[in-house]
Design a protein around this ligand. Structure first.
Ligand code: S5P
Length: 273
């Protein structure tokens, strides 16, 4: 989990997990380390945003349960646009229940997350059984998307007063180290190198996805706290996640291009390119 000074291309070559390799390949091919947090309420808005912003993003993040009209065409539309624009999909479901329940929530169920999401995230409040449960589903012999699915551990949160700090975050790192077959990294505000002992062997390369990113705003009215794209990347984030900063801007395409340039430039600086 060290703050990586290696280019995405090198990390793509070396990573043990095919999903992480693909993430880095997409970033390099599109010169983008931006993830749009597409917190839309209807399929039409969601797919329109995916088509408009698709060329400029590496990953499209969904909260699929926000959609009032989720249907087959939502899922197939998303998959088509992911192929058209070469982006990956991250369902921000934040699994947190017992193993048996999360397997059902992940695979099948109303939301059909395993069908469309290359990446999902989980909280380890209940211990590492949740990771083992999801890993079991991802690795099942009859699972259709084997080697195309992975997860991140939600190891910090951006809200004021978050309890996901210190020993909790350290515990997340320990669990990730034990589950490299399915865990490729963290949702965190920074690289997690300040945790002593978090530096792994040469084969260890956790990917950091960072939420709470906004170029112009510091907070919202409900406890959200922001840092800028260049702050996030210079502190070790590999992919910035931006919601309202892009989709609520007067011109979302102009906004995504701005975030893409700022965070790509920060990445080039961090990796001395
Ligand atoms: O700590 C976190 C973790 C997440 S995944 N803080 C967050 O804000 N998120 C998610 O990122 C949140 O659920 C929302 O979808 C997005 C932030 O949206 P924004 O509009 O504030 O950029």
């Amino acid at each position: 989990s060290s703050k990586s000074t290696l280019p995405y291309a090198t990390r793509a070559k070396n990573h043990l997990h095919p999903v992480a390799r693909r993430l880095f390949d997409v970033a390099e091919a599109k010169k983008s380390n931006v993830i749009i947090s597409a917190d839309m309420g209807t399929t039409e808005e969601l797919l329109k945003l995916a088509d408009q912003l698709g060329p400029y993003i590496a990953v499209f993040k969904t909260h699929i349960d926000l959609l009032s009209d989720l249907s087959d065409s939502t899922i197939s539309g998303l998959k088509d646009l992911a192929a058209k624009h070469n982006f990956m999909i991250f369902e921000d479901r934040k699994f947190i229940d017992i193993g048996h329940t999360v397997q059902q929530q992940y695979h099948d169920g109303a939301l059909r997350i395993s069908e469309f999401a290359h990446v999902v995230n989980a909280s380890v409040l209940a211990g590492d059984g949740i990771i083992e449960a999801l890993e079991q589903t991802m690795a099942a012999p009859n699972f259709l998307y084997k080697d195309e699915r992975a997860m991140l551990i939600l190891s910090e949160m951006t809200t004021a007063g978050s309890l996901a700090t210190g020993d909790y975050t350290r515990f997340c790192i320990e669990i990730a180290k034990k589950h490299k077959k399915s865990v490729i990294g963290f949702v965190a505000t920074q690289a997690l190198t300040h945790f002593r002992g978090s530096e792994g062997g040469e084969d260890e390369d956790f990917v950091i996805f960072t939420t709470g990113v906004n170029a112009t705003t510091k907070v919202d009215s409900l406890g959200q706290q922001y840092q800028t794209p260049s702050s996030a990347i210079s502190r070790g984030s590999d992919f910035i996640i931006v919601g309202r900063g892009i989709y609520a801007a007067p011109n979302p395409v102009a906004a995504v291009k701005h975030y893409q340039k700022e965070s790509w430039d920060a990445y080039l600086a961090r990796t001395n390119q």
